[in-house]
Ligand binder design. Structure first.
Ligand code: HEM
Length: 409
């Protein structure tokens, strides 16, 4: 796979917006890892070796806060204008320390406390979805399973009413799609703003109800949260609620969809899971390693400096290819083999450093329950149109449709 004659890819050629990279990234990443693992290209530095990726994710000289990126830089253009102007408060995903530590310190204890008790609720939501699938028999794995599950779970954690679920599902699905996508068209931007404003108004009214009378749910816990004497304002609470949707829903959807596809494409691995549902934990880790829902993440160097020994300009993007790190042969034996009983699976699919995914325990639990129940309940589950095509996306590794049947061919 080490193709030394081809020029090295650059810019968007290293993202899921490029059709070749999107469908067959690994020959490109293997070639890059062998020839230029620290690859300087038009956007900045691209890292695809595990050790380099890990180190960049924890590098305190690299920033996540796009408000600090130099005027006119590509990185600054990736942040929606309402955050740059300060009209809206930022969220922790785009903060640096010490601001990040305060915000995460307010949210994490409340979030972990709620997620701890979710096993039974997730199982009940999965059962309801599987009952609907059993009636339909032919179904779409994305629309009928992988999209609704994380949305219904987070709605439950937040404490939203059942009658609000259709609206919540529609708006959060659109915002998850558009909220982390750079280079939106004017039509997409108008749609994002419309749904953003409507969902913000909904959240503000939910917060007001709980400020008046606290309930047994995450929104009430976040209102009551204190860290170093600080509390979240209404607007900061709305920012947290948006982040939970945007960072959590689509990623979990994509993990479930990849899990279904890979287990169906590797029947011996699916058989191991069906024979012993305790294998679900290892299966989820291997799915995350093999097909990371977030294919790359970025940091910005706001100063001209050396990163991993490479000179970068002020405002340069430092990309960590999660896909590349997860298939690094220096860390993973037979990296291109999908094996649910892989030992010591140190993938970086949940990022690293201070921004390590807050929702990882919840996503793992959803994945374990959803995939083990789906595969044990439907022994004839199959793809009806073969391996699906991937969606064009800068950050995400996702499918649009996943036509399935529970009946034999
Ligand atoms: C399989 C599913 C998921 C994947 C692959 C995933 C992936 C990631 C990654 C890669 C990051 C770090 C980004 C960076 O460092 O640049 C992150 C951060 C984050 N994720 Fe997840 N995520 C998933 C599910 C969730 C869920 C279910 C939630 C919550 C409901 C969530 C909430 C967050 C939050 C709040 C952050 C920001 C943490 C911080 O900045 O301190 N994620 N996630």
């Amino acid at each position: 796979m080490n193709d030394t004659n081809k020029p090295l890819p650059s810019g968007l050629q290293l993202s899921g917006l490029d059709p070749e990279f999107r469908e067959r990234p690994h020959p490109i990443l293997d070639n890059l890892r062998a020839r230029a693992p620290r690859h300087l290209h038009e956007f900045g530095l691209f890292l695809c070796a595990h050790a380099d990726g890990r180190s960049a994710l924890s590098d305190p000289t690299l920033s996540r806060d796009l408000r600090k990126a130099p005027e006119g830089s590509l990185m600054r253009s990736m942040m929606p204008p309402e955050f740059l102007s300060g009209e809206k408060p930022n969220n922790m995903l785009w903060m640096d320390d010490p601001e990040h530590a305060v915000n995460r310190g307010l949210v994490q204890p409340a979030f972990f406390k709620r997620c701890g008790g979710m096993r039974a609720r997730i199982s009940a939501i999965v059962d309801d979805l599987l009952n609907d699938i059993e009636r339909k028999r032919d179904f779409d794995g994305i629309d009928d399973f992988a999209v609704p599950l994380p949305i219904f779970v987070i709605a439950d954690v937040l404490g939203l009413a059942r009658e609000d679920l259709p609206m919540f599902r529609q708006r959060s699905q659109i915002l998850a799609e558009l909220g982390l996508t750079p280079f939106l068209t004017p039509e997409q931007e108008a749609l994002r703003v419309e749904h953003d404003q409507a969902l913000a108004a909904f959240f503000l009214s939910e917060i007001a109800k709980r400020r008046a009378v606290p309930r047994d749910d995450l929104i009430s816990d976040l209102i009551a949260a204190r860290h170093d004497g600080q509390a979240l304002s209404d607007q900061e609470l709305v920012a947290v609620l948006f982040l939970l949707l945007i960072a959590g829903n689509l990623t979990t959807t994509d993990m479930l969809a990849h899990g279904i596809v890979e287990l169906l494409e590797h029947p011996a691995e699916a058989a191991k899971l069906r024979a012993d549902p305790k294998m679900a934990r290892g299966a989820v880790e291997e799915i995350l390693r093999y097909e990371p829902p977030v294919q790359a993440t970025t940091r910005t160097s706001n100063i001209a400096q050396e990163v991993q020994g490479c000179p970068v300009k002020a405002g340069a993007m430092v990309s960590v290819s999660i896909m590349g790190c997860n298939r690094d042969p220096a860390v993973f034996a037979d990296p291109h083999i999908f094996r649910i009983d892989r030992q010591k699976n140190e993938h970086v699919s949940f990022g690293g450093g201070i921004h390590q995914c807050l929702g990882a325990p919840l996503a793992r639990l959803e994945g374990e329950i959803a995939l083990s129940n789906l595969f044990t309940r439907f022994p004839h589950l199959r793809l009806t149109e073969g391996r699906p095509a991937r969606k064009p996306s800068f950050f995400f590794n996702a499918y649009e449709r996943l036509p399935l049947s529970i009946d034999p061919d």
